[in-house]
Design a protein around this ligand. Structure first.
Ligand SMILES: Nc1ncnc2c1ncn2[C@@H]1O[C@H](COP(=O)(O)OP(=O)(O)OP(=O)(O)O)[C@@H](O)[C@H]1O
Length: 522
């Protein structure tokens, strides 16, 4: 507005409040795109405009895309893709000059690619300015504004230019983020499509999903990329991290694991980065953190979803600059580590709930690897069972030889909520219960022997379920003793009389089991 006192145009209080709000959003920005959308919402409100958007030039594809918008649906946003020089936005990018279309319905340059203008009445103006950062154009800022009388849009343009200056750096950062993600996606596609791959010797499984995984490990291990391993609890994420380390050029360096959920918030910083003597009560000596220990090797940050926001900022810096300071220290330490993270949490949802930083997420999600749940690769169960029998025989000094096919069927049908860790426990328990060095159905936990095992709720009463288990155990034992009911009763720890009653109750024909060969004995 024109100021009588100074005889020049100056800002009104509301203008300054608006500019202050924008610079406040920008300076505190944690989630670039969300904050740019907040800027657009404020801009629309301030200029009394209906829509606004920020486009960003995708330099890999030489196209301009809508990155943030106010008033547009996701579909409308997706439609907003322009070539350099195409339409008003393309023209602004090409010439680096602002453009005003006074009435979009009358101007052939206005392409209406998003489709939003279809419901606009006459007298809708479109104002678009270039966003420039460090002398380079990164995109555009534009608004749609209805008006009732022909007006001069220079005040609007002036404020848009100011906002453009304020957000320039953030838009450039967003541009880098988008391009980085795109390159990684392309890299990921390339890696996935190429043929594979040797099975790392610490991992068991031949299913096609696991073979895909081995291929990813083989491809990503030699390059120093940050890897994020995702998957349910107990699927073997730690083994994958180790396999990546072992197949990398850092294999002779340390592999340091940090379970982020096991550390209380107060300790996690000093655990990761170390502390100087006297930096807090109880810090009696200088202490090297896990990052220092991992120098020249790999650090595996398990349960990364549990890391508090304050520590995420610090980890972000290490990821970006490979530098940090010990707690209570001033000296900056350089570290040469490869970072591998793992989580079973939905980090994308956590970002929406502001529990996880988006910029940190981008840094750690450079190369995501998904480890399939056991129920998605049941074909691996037999080979895993053999692996665990061998391993546990060695550890416990037992001599279990095999598993019956009946028992294996039960294992194959179960839905394995605890994945491979649960399978290992089930096998260990069955080995302890086995009286003849064979794992049989009745040595498996009752949960595997009911309808619940397949993930469907068990129907019927407790008695029904118990009867089914009892019958199965009697059948298994009769098979094992080749129809010798006295021996079967002894194995099960019941009297011959009770055995007789049960055989009657379940209408079991013992004769069927008298002529079984060893192979049938399952
Ligand atoms: N493919 C596999 N071959 C052999 N053993 C496996 C395999 N996958 C997992 N295991 C074993 O299962 C157990 C659980 O694996 P691990 O601790 O790596 O799972 P995780 O996904 O990291 O679990 P959490 O999310 O709970 O930390 C370990 O004892 C591991 O050795």
């Amino acid at each position: 507005m024109f100021c009588e006192r100074t005889k020049r145009n100056c800002f009104a209080e509301s203008d300054l409040t608006f500019l202050f709000t924008i610079s406040d959003i920008i300076s505190k920005s944690q989630n670039i795109n969300k904050d740019l959308e907040l800027v657009l919402a404020n801009l629309c409100k301030f200029l009394n405009a209906q829509y606004s958007m920020i486009t960003i030039i995708n330099r890999n594809a030489a196209i301009i895309e809508i990155s943030a918008a106010y008033g547009l649906t996701d579909e409308e946003k997706h439609r907003g893709v322009y070539k350099i020089g195409e339409g008003v936005i393309g023209e602004v990018v090409r010439t680096k000059k602002a453009k005003i279309i006074a009435d979009v319905s009358k101007d052939p340059h206005f392409l209406n690619k998003t489709g939003i203008a279809t419901d606009l009445v006459h007298n809708t103006a479109f104002l678009c300015i270039p966003i420039i950062s460090e002398d380079e154009i990164t995109g555009t800022l534009s608004i749609h504004k209805y008006y009732s009388r022909v007006t001069d849009f220079s005040p609007e343009l002036k404020f848009m230019n100011l906002v453009g200056l304020l957000i320039g750096k953030n838009v450039a950062l967003r541009q880098k983020q988008i391009e980085e993600m795109e390159q990684l996606r392309a890299e990921n596609r390339r890696l996935k499509e190429s043929p594979l791959a040797h099975r790392p010797d610490n991992i068991v499984g031949n299913s096609s999903l696991m073979n895909d995984l081995y291929g990813m490990i083989e491809k990503v291990a030699p390059i120093n990329t940050t890897v994020m391993i995702r998957g349910e609890s107990g699927v073997g994420k730690e083994l994958i991290a180790e396999a990546i380390h072992r197949a990398s050029t850092r294999k002779n360096g340390p592999f340091i694991k940090v379970n982020c959920s096991a550390l209380p918030e107060t300790l996690i910083e000093s655990e990761l980065f170390g502390h100087e003597k006297g930096s807090f009560t109880g810090a009696n000596t200088q202490h090297a953190g896990r990052f220092e220990m991992a120098d020249g090797g790999t650090i595996f940050l398990d349960e990364i979803g549990e890391v508090p926001l304050s520590i995420q900022v610090k980890l972000l810096r290490v990821l970006q600059q490979r530098q940090f300071e010990r707690v209570g220290g001033t000296k900056t330490l350089d570290v040469n580590v490869r970072v591998i993270t793992a989580t079973n949490r939905n980090l994308e949802d956590m970002i929406k709930e502001n529990k996880f930083r988006e910029d940190f997420y981008y840094r750690i999600n450079v190369f995501p690897i998904y480890v399939p749940a056991l129920r998605e690769r049941r074909a691996d169960i037999p080979i895993l069972v053999d692996h665990f029998i061998d391993k546990l025989n060695r550890i416990n000094g037992t001599a279990v030889k095999r598993i019956t096919s009946g028992a294996l069927d039960l294992l194959m049908m179960y839905h394995w909520p605890g994945n491979i860790r649960e399978l290992e426990n089930v096998i260990e328990r069955a080995m302890v219960l086995s009286s003849d060095n064979v794992i049989r159905s009745y040595t498996l936990p009752p949960t595997l022997q009911t309808a619940a095992s397949s993930g469907t709720p068990s129907k019927g009463t407790l008695n029904n379920v118990l009867e089914k288990v009892e019958k199965q155990m009697i059948l298994d034992t009769l098979i094992a003793t080749r129809g010798n009911s006295a021996k079967a009763a002894q194995t099960l720890g019941i009297t011959e009389r009770i055995m007789g009653l049960r055989i009657q109750k379940y209408q079991i024909d013992v004769q069927n089991y008298k002529h079984l060969s060893d192979d049938d004995n399952n």
